[in-house]
Design a protein around this ligand. Structure first.
Ligand code: S3P
Length: 430
């Protein structure tokens, strides 16, 4: 689907972005293995999370939609899932596949996880390796590619040092370890999003979080208590509107109720380093996650370096940071971000290719890119989404700052994470 985005000088208004994608997936999975009824409010009803919901239903869990975003899940405990009679389709969602591979590895039945073309080409060896060390039986195509078929087993706990700072990998191991008895220790090379740990603790699991390690304490039998959760707005979705507001010539935008968990909020630190005018208002804690209303004002940005430990805390925001870099005075260097090459698409290659098509000067490095602004972008051409929601939305925000606008092909993929993105963008441009 082609999506024409015209330039906009002013970005103004008050909006609410949809629920956090990572927390929505985890709410569905953990509620399904809790002992009884959980309630989820503000669940992200986008394709990725609907894939997880469909799979939990295929595994015998009753999930009822009460009204928009509000669901009741009848959890059946850690031993209550049932074998599905068909393959489990994760669509475009890496989180579904990696987290569920962990969970299903310890279930007493057979499962097959598959996904779309993009997901079937993303690295799964990173979970197959450690899960196999715990005793899991997982078969894949060559090089660890999905579909994955899993013959559930009784697993052993383990101590594991993650080779990459990946919350999906960490969560996969934690879910697999829930049915083991002795202690599991996971050491992270850098802090990645910690929603799984927070939610497991919230459900009564004995888990200790130290600076770089997570310790799932020894237990003869673990049980998760059911819970009620209000999912905060997704900071990774808010980031597109924060960038749009900062890059506009005038206006101010209030984004209500956004999750600002430190393990996710690296983007806000970069906005400040780039001289972006943002304020965090009405800060509170909701269901174990910190939230705030974010007030954004049109700003003159300057370039900065984005590297090191902050990368996993803003990994999904790098495409939109690269858009901000085009409009920022001076040089922006993004490095240590090789993980971008194995996301829904190779996001470094995609950004570089489409920016060059638009006449933007950009240097590609194996682990990132360098951009010197301010660059005037004429636009008036068609660009590609690479079947990647964040590439499509980043290009839409870039289009606002061009002379002639941009047409984004393959924009239907935006519904993976942000179904009402286009409507909200139309609303704030006035
Ligand atoms: C996610 C973790 C990140 C992120 C993805 C969602 C999660 O992936 O890119 O969009 O919900 O755990 P990695 O943990 O593999 O970096």
């Amino acid at each position: 689907m082609s999506y024409q985005v015209n330039p906009a000088l002013k970005i103004n208004g008050k909006i609410k972005v949809p629920g956090d994608k990572s927390i929505s997936h985890r709410s569905l999975i953990l509620a399904s293995i809790a002992e009884g009824e959980s309630k989820i409010e503000g669940l992200l009803e986008a394709e990725d999370c609907l894939s997880t919901m469909g799979i939990m239903r295929d595994l015998g869990i009753k999930i009822t939609k009460e009204n928009t975003g509000n669901y009741t899940v009848q959890g059946r405990g850690l031993n209550g899932l049932q074998e599905a009679d068909n393959v489990l389709d994760c669509g475009n969602s890496g989180t579904s596949m990696r987290l569920l591979a962990g969970l299903l590895s310890s279930q007493d039945f057979y499962s097959v996880l598959t996904g779309d073309h993009s997901l079937r080409n993303r690295p799964m060896q990173r979970i197959i390796g450690p899960l196999s060390n715990m005793g899991a039986e997982i078969w894949s195509r060559k090089d660890g590619l999905a579909p994955l078929s899993i013959k559930g087993q009784k697993l052993q706990s383990m101590n594991y040092e993650l080779p990459v700072a990946s919350a999906q990998l960490k969560s996969s191991i934690l879910l697999a370890a829930l049915k083991t008895e002795s202690e599991t220790v996971i050491v992270e090379p850098a802090v990645s999003r910690d929603h799984t740990e927070r939610m497991l603790k919230g459900a009564g699991v004995d888990l200790e979080i130290k600076k770089d390690r997570i310790i799932l304490k020894e237990a003869a039998e673990r049980k998760l208590s059911p819970f009620n959760i209000k999912v905060p707005g997704d900071i990774s979705s808010a980031a597109f509107f924060i960038a749009a507001g900062l890059l506009a010539d005038s206006g101010s935008l209030l984004i209500k109720n956004v999750g600002i968990n430190q393990t996710r909020s690296g983007f806000l630190e970069i906005v400040e380093a780039m001289n972006g005018k943002i304020e965090l208002l009405n800060q509170k804690d909701e269901g174990g996650e910190p939230t705030a209303d974010i007030l954004v004002k049109a700003s003159k940005l300057k370039g900065c370096e984005v590297s090191g430990e902050i990368i996993p805390r803003l990994i999904d925001e790098i495409p939109i940071i690269s858009v901000m870099a085009v409009m920022a005075e001076g040089k922006t260097i993004i490095k240590d971000a090789e993980e971008l090459r194995v996301k829904e698409t190779d996001r470094i290659a995609a950004v570089v290719k489409e920016f060059k098509r638009l006449g933007i000067e950009i240097i590609e490095n194996p682990d990132g890119m360098e951009i010197t602004g301010v660059q005037k972008v004429k636009g008036g051409i068609e660009v590609e989404s690479y079947h990647d929601h964040r590439i499509a939305m980043s290009l839409a925000v870039l289009a606002l700052n061009t002379e002639k606008g941009i047409t984004i092909n393959g924009s239907e993929i935006i519904s993976t994470s942000f179904p009402n993105f286009k409507e909200l963008l139309a609303e704030v441009r006035g």
